[in-house]
Design a protein around this ligand. Structure first.
Ligand code: AMP
Ligand code: ZN
Length: 115
């Protein structure tokens, strides 16, 4: 996807504060962090959302999830972290390239407010 912002970051066309990179996955700090530590794991391959994933993406998704705690620890989140995957407009997704948010280090409120 030539005009996808996370594809551009993955290709090095837009700068990012890199956390991790291999041949399939890139992790970088969120430009508008929701907590003291907030980075995202993205596949280098364009995949619009979790709803577009299928069996062929199983190993990639597993790799991203297994990297989350390792990278979180490296970023100092020894006490835990939140992972968030917003999916589709109904899930609040704004950038339509699959990403796993890893958030922590502050006062993390309950994820969903209830009355
Ligand atoms: P979502 O609502 O799950 O689609 O989240 C998109 C996230 O991407 C937001 O938290 C943005 O702050 C973040 N974001 C957008 N553009 C950039 C960028 N160029 N570099 C880093 N993070 C970005
Ligand atoms: Zn993309």
């Amino acid at each position: 996807m030539s005009d996808c912002i996370f594809c551009k970051i993955a290709r090095g066309e837009i700068p990012c504060r890199k956390v991790y990179e291999d041949d399939e996955v890139l992790a970088f700090h969120d430009i508008n962090p929701a907590a003291p530590v907030h980075f995202m794991l993205v596949p280098k391959q364009h995949l619009a959302s979790l709803a577009d994933a299928d069996e062929s993406h199983a190993a990639l998704l597993a790799k991203m999830l297994l990297l989350a705690p390792k990278l979180a620890k490296e970023q100092g989140l020894s006490d835990g972290f939140r992972t968030v995957i917003n999916t589709g407009r109904g899930g609040g997704q704004e950038v339509f390239h699959l990403h796993v948010h890893v958030i922590g280090g502050g006062n993390i409120p309950p994820m969903v407010k209830r009355d």
